[in-house]
Design a binder for this molecule. Structure first.
Ligand code: DQA
Length: 143
């Protein structure tokens, strides 16, 4: 089983950006964590991060026929991107939304999730652990 793990804008700044909200560990540590979690679950996971909406759309489209599922933290594009929602719907792969912070308890403008409309499940406020939960969910779902 092969999963694509997508991270959106500014997640490459983990460790530097708002540590009180997103923690002190950097993006490389997140990738290590995801790879280790995938290994423990016996699945393959490829991580990709971009600050660009169209690049994320391209990656979702290219996942068709290659990956069994998508774990996605669209970051700020969660709340703005119909293009990412449409791409997820277009490929129709099982997808899970992850957010490091507890988005549901933050600002009003973060309360809409377009990508979430095409996702089976959402994990929020669990920090890195949310990605492991998403991998576990997709593993069970795809069985
Ligand atoms: C985020 C939450 C988003 O609202 C924010 O724009 C991000 C990160 C999270 O992981 O908590 O960049 O997706």
């Amino acid at each position: 089983m092969k999963l694509l793990v997508l991270n959106g804008p500014n997640l490459n700044m983990l460790g530097i950006r708002e540590p009180a909200v997103y923690g002190t560990k950097n993006y490389a540590a997140l990738v290590d964590f995801i790879e280790q979690s995938a290994k423990e679950e016996g699945v393959e996971a490829d991580c990709f991060q971009s600050n660009h909406e169209g690049v994320l759309v391209d990656k979702i489209q290219e996942a068709l026929g290659v990956y069994d599922g998508i774990v996605i933290n669209p970051a700020a594009y969660t709340h703005t991107s119909v293009a990412i929602l449409d791409a997820l719907k277009a490929v129709s792969l099982p997808a899970v939304e992850v957010h490091l912070s507890k988005v549901s308890e933050r600002e009003d403008f973060r309360q809409i999730s377009y990508a979430g409309l095409a996702c089976l499940k959402r994990y929020e406020g669990l920090g890195f652990d949310g990605y492991r939960e998403a991998i576990r969910f997709l593993k069970a779902y795809c069985k």
